[in-house]
Design a protein around this ligand. Structure first.
Ligand code: 4AD
Ligand code: MG
Length: 434
């Protein structure tokens, strides 16, 4: 395994005739009478390698290797306009290889059955498509941390085992927890972040959340990654500005860093380039009017679901901040607008092009009596929320927060049809493997 290994991306920056050692996996193979073309991939990219028959043994090995065999080889760079990236490597020798079994994935099987690629996900993750998505996802996660930290937020962690619902009982996952009753996987770390603002003021977390979603949709997982934040003293307009800046920052980071990946995914980046403040701010009343004018059968008080969001977001070329939802379509903790108490200081951020909700947030109720009466009004048991109520007894402050569904954001940024493809190991009602 001698020789200094060059990452494949760097091969393209070397001068013609450079000697290189590269290592990776056989991505494509074409065997002619006196030449074998292997496209070799590593974590950084792909390059075409040519084996000439005159090489003897290395030629014989190359012609026999199955797709996805691993290999270390040496060769010389050569400009070749017909090769991907305009450069190829003329092999001189094979230093090491591990011949793989016949690789089971072929594109035809994938086209025939949408479940197939999920069954072989552990192998499909090597595909160029998943490679590109995972690299965008990496940038998105990094950008989230960068942004919060640049704004003075502290990163914190909440528990995953919890004892009460944040977002309603219907999607709670019960877990067997020794001999204790009513233990669940968390739907959101929000309440724990609210606890922590009294110590740190501005807090965020990036963690999984769990929802027992019984229906399989294009944008629901049972386990998803959630970036959540709470900030003491932050009020509604400040929250909306923050969301604009956050999404703008993340999208810009991806555009700066991941052009190649977006191209590979066939993403039209014009919409992404358009993501700059101000976003469209539309209140719920206006949204209902727009939807009605488009022939959607909806009336004031109804929830705005995925179908309605699709209609709305197709009207605009930028993300939408949809705010002031009616009290009864939003969870109990949302603060009612004192000037219009039938509505709440709530906001969803909708991604354009039909994607819809990626963020939900708002101002929280901070008054003790107000929170207690809303818990009761929503038919919940105040005892389940004793510690959440305590926060309103001891030095309560106005505050706001939100939750960003990171997988949904990646789905939109990459222009994917299904959230499952934004996640390496998706979990839904029918799938917990691989
Ligand atoms: O709107 P949701 O349910 O709000 C909350 O959980 C709040 N407690 C968040 C907060 O204020 N701290 O979820 C927030 C976001 C959604 O906008 C969506 O992007 C994502 O989480 N999300 C899901 N993503 C994938 N699969 C699911 N089943 C999701 N449920 C919510
Ligand atoms: Mg929501």
């Amino acid at each position: 395994m001698e020789g200094k290994v060059v990452s494949i991306r760097d091969v393209f920056n070397l001068s013609e005739g450079s000697e290189v050692t590269i290592r990776g996996w056989v991505y494509r193979k074409r065997v002619l009478k006196d030449k074998v073309f292997l496209v070799v991939r590593d974590g950084s990219g792909i390059v075409q390698v040519v084996f000439d028959k005159s090489l003897g043994e290395p030629f014989n090995i190359a012609s026999k290797l199955n797709i996805e065999s691993s290999i270390i080889l040496t060769g010389v760079t050569k400009r070749e306009p017909r090769a991907p990236g305009g450069v190829e490597v003329h092999a001189k020798g094979i230093n090491w290889y591990y011949a793989g079994y016949e690789f089971p994935i072929n594109e035809d099987a994938a086209k025939a059955d949408s479940e197939y690629l999920l069954d072989v996900r552990h192998l499909w993750l090597r595909s160029r498509r998943m490679w590109a998505v995972l690299r965008v996802r990496h940038t998105v996660f990094g950008a989230i941390h960068e942004f919060f930290r640049s704004r003075g937020y502290f990163e914190v962690q909440g528990p995953m085992f919890v004892s009460a619902a944040v977002e309603g009982g219907a999607t709670l996952f019960p877990v067997e927890y020794f001999d204790m009753k009513n233990v669940y996987l968390t739907q959101s770390s929000q309440f724990y972040l609210e606890v922590l603002i009294y110590s740190l003021e501005k807090v965020y977390t990036v963690a999984p959340s769990f929802r027992a979603e019984k229906s399989r949709t294009r944008r629901h997982l049972t386990e998803f990654w959630h970036a959540e934040a709470e900030e003491a003293w932050l009020q509604f307009d400040g929250l909306m500005n923050f969301l604009e800046d956050l999404i703008t920052y993340i999208v810009k980071r991806v555009l700066d860093e991941r052009q190649e990946e977006l191209r590979l995914l066939g993403r039209d980046t014009r919409v992404l380039e358009n993501v700059k403040p101000p976003f469209h701010r539309i209140d719920y009343d206006e949204a209902i009017r727009i939807l009605q004018s488009k022939g959607v059968g909806i009336k004031w008080g109804d929830d705005i679901g995925a179908d309605e969001e699709r209609v709305l977001t197709m009207q605009f070329d930028k993300p939408i901040l949809l705010h002031h939802f009616p009290e009864r379509v939003k969870a109990f903790y949302h603060r009612n607008d004192p000037s219009r108490p039938e509505t709440t200081l709530s906001v969803d951020l909708l991604a354009p092009e039909g994607y819809g909700e990626v963020i939900g947030g708002g101002e929280r109720i901070y008054d003790y009596e107000e929170l207690l009466s809303k818990i009761k009004k929503f038919g919940l048991n105040p005892e389940d929320y004793y510690w959440y109520l305590d926060l309103r007894k001891y030095g309560s402050v106005p505050h706001s927060g939100f939750g960003l569904g990171i997988d949904r954001l990646v789905m939109w940024i990459c222009g994917l049809d299904h959230i499952r493809d934004a996640v390496p190991f998706p979990r839904d009602v029918r799938r917990v493997k691989p």
